[in-house]
Design a protein around this ligand. Structure first.
Ligand SMILES: Cc1cc2nc3c(=O)[nH]c(=O)nc-3n(C[C@H](O)[C@H](O)[C@H](O)COP(=O)(O)OP(=O)(O)OC[C@H]3O[C@@H](n4cnc5c(N)ncnc54)[C@H](O)[C@@H]3O)c2cc1C
Length: 508
């Protein structure tokens, strides 16, 4: 990687066609709004400066220390570490993993990449996906070394052709973030909260040599913080996550994502650091591909309890449109397929009519989230199909027929209605008593962001080469996943690309 024509093969022809004015317009944004070194008074100097303390930032910090970096600092604007990564469901896709070997599952980085390319609908970045898949097991090992704990079985989840997903025993990304934060502290990484990245600082040649941080920042209040300039000897890594909570920015990409569309993300996912990358000349990629999560519930805020519950249970459940009593999708198709199918469930006036997902109680109770779903009133238990149908106003005869038909697929192992892989549904018939939840998609993940190469270097729009000294990893980057990210693939993406950035900086 790294050759100009790998990023934009027709760049020269394109510029020639535009003439000099057009070329100047393209080149102009690079580093324009970024402070220059000559006017800078440095408050601190560090070997490696990392902005953001999610999976990407933490993995980078640990890897950098493991590779011998003496002075690594992580800044986060919030009063706590972890961002989206803490809210995360702790579901981690790893191909050719130790658990797959134990369970006899045939898999490879190439197979996982093929699944992801399918979800990405032809515009995902194969090189980046394959790079991540090949190194995902190293990332898993980093979490195990730090003390993360996983259930001793794999899950087969939406869009994955085989079971390959680990889940933390806390069913949360906190089960990874907390051990990684502890590991950072143990390794002597400096961890600073309430420190908001404001802008990049470059030298006369355009190399990024530092950042301005607002120390003492208080997110959501008027306290902006005091500006301090931080010099970075080896490089700056931007790992600030996505922009799902920036309604203006997401609506500028997709006008349907109004303030009325809820999000699973924490309030910190506002994307201002991404805009700074663009000011520095980074190439925006796939900004309009903003993913909604088909496992969310309209009956609770954010990710809530239902998301993890339905992610686990979809494989052996049926989702039913309440007007017809019939299934309307493969319950473990990729996210976009399912979200689109759910969004089409409406009443005569076009108002949302959230579909229901029905699971046998005896199977639902195998996952710890069921208790919370029932306790907090976002899921309901019914002893008979008649009670269930009456509660959700579902036509009873079509529903009974649907359950019987689906149970035939459980027996035969072939879903003739929607082609759902039935491996994880084996022997799991839909039988009373039932647990039922409602689903409706929420804004969940930003496929778009800054363009990087497989060395996690940010690619600049003025010459289509890496911007010296500048790296990005995690959800702030764009293009890897295409139209729709295959679920459980962000943990490997963020961690591997964070580790990759550290490796690149240590070689720089
Ligand atoms: C509810 C939920 C569940 C999910 N479940 C899964 C799952 O099970 N498996 C999976 O693979 N993916 C999952 N995802 C997706 C995944 O969690 C995210 O894509 C991932 O956590 C992003 O990690 P990151 O390191 O890029 O950013 P983040 O974890 O978002 O971290 C970015 C950090 O940067 C900080 N920051 C932002 N701007 C600034 C600034 N200007 N200055 C300083 N700091 C700044 C933020 O405060 C934050 O702490 C889930 C996402 C959500 C929201």
């Amino acid at each position: 990687m790294g050759k100009t024509n790998e990023y934009q093969p027709d760049r020269r022809k394109f510029l020639a066609g535009m003439g000099m004015v057009g070329a100047a317009t393209i080149a102009a944004p690079a580093l324009k709004a970024v402070a220059a070194e000559s006017s800078t008074v440095w408050a601190e100097e560090h070997e490696i400066v990392i902005i953001g303390s999610g999976f990407a930032g933490l993995a980078a910090a640990i890897e950098a220390r493991n590779l011998g970096a003496k002075d690594v600092v992580v800044y986060d604007k919030m009063p706590y570490f972890g961002g989206n990564s803490t809210y995360n469901g702790g579901l981690f896709a790893v191909p050719a993993s130790p658990l797959q070997k134990k369970e006899g599952v045939q898999d490879s980085p190439e197979t996982m990449t093929a699944d992801q390319l399918k979800a990405g609908r032809g515009v995902a970045d194969k090189d980046l996906l394959l790079h991540v898949a090949k190194h995902a097991e190293e990332a898993l090992r980093m979490t195990l070394d730090a003390g993360s704990e996983y259930f001793p079985y794999l899950q087969q989840l939406g869009g994955h052709s085989v079971p390959r997903t680990y889940q933390t025993t806390s069913a949360s990304g906190a089960g990874i973030v907390q051990p990684l934060v502890q590991q950072c502290k143990k390794l002597g990484v400096q961890m600073v909260t309430r420190a908001k990245f404001d802008h990049l600082i470059h030298d006369e040649e355009g190399r990024v040599i530092g950042v301005q941080i607002l120390k003492g920042h208080y997110f959501g209040r008027d306290t902006e913080g005091s500006p301090v300039n931080i010099k970075a000897k080896r490089g700056v890594l931007i790992a600030t996550g996505g922009f799902a909570r920036n309604v203006g920015l997401r609506q500028a990409q997709d006008p349907t994502l109004t303030a009325e569309v809820p999000s699973t993300n924490p309030p910190s996912a506002t994307g201002e650091a991404l805009l700074e990358l663009f000011k520095a000349g980074a190439i925006p990629v796939h900004m309009a591909y903003i993913q909604t999560g088909p496992w969310a519930s309209p009956d609770e805020d954010g990710f809530g309890y239902v998301s993890n519950y339905s992610i686990y249970n979809f494989a052996h459940s049926i989702s039913v449109f309440t007007r017809t009593g019939k299934r309307f999708m493969n319950e473990i198709a990729d996210r976009k397929t399912r979200s689109d199918a759910q969004l089409a469930c409406r009443d005569d006036a076009g108002n949302p009519l959230p579909p229901i997902t029905i699971t046998s109680y005896k199977h639902a109770k195998e996952h710890p989230t069921m208790k919370k779903v029932l306790k907090y009133g976002v899921g309901w238990k019914f002893d008979t199909v008649e009670e269930l149908a009456a509660h959700f106003k579902v036509p009873i005869e079509p529903l009974k027929a649907q359950i019987e038909e689906y149970n035939g697929y459980v027996k035969s192992g072939v879903d003739e209605q929607f082609g759902k892989p039935m491996e994880k549904a084996k022997g799991k018939y839909i039988e009373a008593p039932f647990v039922v939840i409602r689903n409706w998609p929420k804004v969940h993940y930003c496929q778009g962001g800054a363009k990087v190469d497989v060395l996690a270097r940010v690619i600049g729009s003025d010459n289509w080469k890496p911007i010296p000294g500048l790296y990005a990893a995690g959800e702030v980057t764009g293009g890897m996943h295409g139209v729709s990210r295959l679920g459980r693939c962000s943990i490997p993406d963020c961690m591997v690309m964070g580790m990759t950035a550290a490796r690149s900086m240590m070689k720089a």
